[in-house]
Design a protein. Structure first.
Length: 364
């Protein structure tokens, strides 16, 4: 038995695991600095607990045989329906936080089903396209997979929460490209997406969402209003210099100039605390993770693990790209956490569950 466990651990991708832990540690140091400045360590202690729980789940899931998903579509369908019910229940049971109904309040903790839904949708799409890989020339498969995407996307959009909808869409398009979609069909999808964007601006987007986009395009319009967050993020990044101001000397976050410094703008907070060198290390570690995930996809023995590993890489890469782009002022603010770094148990644990499934693919 001990020999089997030892061999199991030996087959795990330790480069991926250690890189993920280092990234999470950078986030913990930043949150600790914020807690130190406020002399309130509850948030830090919660994040440590979330990290430990996620790490344990990753190891437990590494023993799970991923082929249960490939061979049992009813298991995937059940998880998908459960996620849809959890998203729909937010409209009835969730209290608005900053105008958004995205969290179930459970005592001192909040549960966000969105990131688990992204993971389940990834499993569903990997299963769907692995069964129909040689039939991707048929438009019906693209439309049906889009239907699976649209149900959770609409429920999330009307919370309202635009950021995760973009992550879901990027995930779907990425797997479509990898699965071998025809160029003609892909161009049709892009034109259809452009039409949806135009209609969304006229009929679906809230006023504050429009204001964020306008502020991004013309930040000089309201420098003390809707453009304030990104302006302060740029100041924080620039003021950190090469080595940073110190773990508890980040004035932008410490004195409240930088909003949401533990979540939406934690990249800027890290740049101010630890400087440009920490930013380079953080990006380098993310690149290692993407490299290991793509390597896992290329070494997959069948289409399901290839699509899952590729989709998981797209999931993390799109999150990191949008978050860093928001902090640098290259993209409008849409409220996307930096994976493994930002405060939040739901996102962190969901990512470690995904890493656990990657380890399952690697070890089985």
């Amino acid at each position: 038995m001990f020999q089997a466990i030892f061999q199991h651990f030996k087959r795990m991708d330790w480069i991926l695991i250690i890189s993920s832990l280092f990234i999470a540690a950078i986030g913990l140091f930043s949150i600790y600095g914020f807690s130190l400045a406020k002399n309130d360590f509850l948030i830090f202690q919660k994040q440590v607990g979330f990290l430990i729980a996620g790490f344990i789940l990753m190891f437990v899931l590494s023993f799970f045989d991923w082929r249960a998903f490939r061979e049992n579509p009813f298991l995937i369908l059940g998880l998908y329906l459960f996620c849809l019910a959890a998203l729909a229940g937010l409209f009835l049971f969730a209290s608005p936080i900053r105008g958004v109904k995205s969290w179930y309040k459970i005592g001192d903790f909040s549960f966000d089903p969105i990131w688990f839904t992204v993971l389940v949708l990834l499993i569903l799409l990997a299963k769907y396209f692995s069964m129909r890989h040689i039939e991707m020339y048929r438009l019906i498969h693209i439309l049906l997979s889009g239907f699976y995407l649209s149900l959770p996307a609409f429920l999330i959009f009307f919370q309202p929460n635009l950021g995760p909808v973009l992550i879901l869409t990027a995930l779907w398009l990425g797997i479509l490209v990898v699965s071998g979609i025809k160029l003609r069909h892909f161009l049709i999808l892009l034109l259809f997406g452009l039409l949806i964007l135009v209609l969304s601006w006229s009929f679906l987007l809230r006023d504050y969402q429009k204001e964020r986009i306008i502020a991004f395009l013309s930040p000089q319009i309201e420098p003390l209003g809707i453009s304030w967050s990104q302006s302060q993020a740029k100041i924080a990044i620039g003021s950190g210099g090469i080595w940073g101001k110190g773990i508890a000397d980040n004035s932008q976050a410490k004195y409240g100039f930088l909003p949401e410094s533990r979540t939406d703008f934690i990249f800027a907070a890290i740049a101010e605390q630890f400087g440009l060198m920490a930013v380079f290390i953080l990006i380098f570690l993310f690149l290692i993770i993407f490299w290991r995930l793509i390597k896992a996809a290329l070494s997959g023995q069948s289409n399901f693990p290839r699509f899952f590993a590729t989709g998981f890489a797209i999931f993390l890469a799109s999150q990191a790209f949008i978050h860093i782009g928001m902090n640098l002022g290259l993209l409008p603010v849409i409220g996307i956490p930096l994976p493994l770094v930002s405060y939040g148990g739901s996102s962190l644990i969901a990512i470690f569950i995904g890493l656990g499934l990657i380890q399952s693919i690697k070890t089985h």
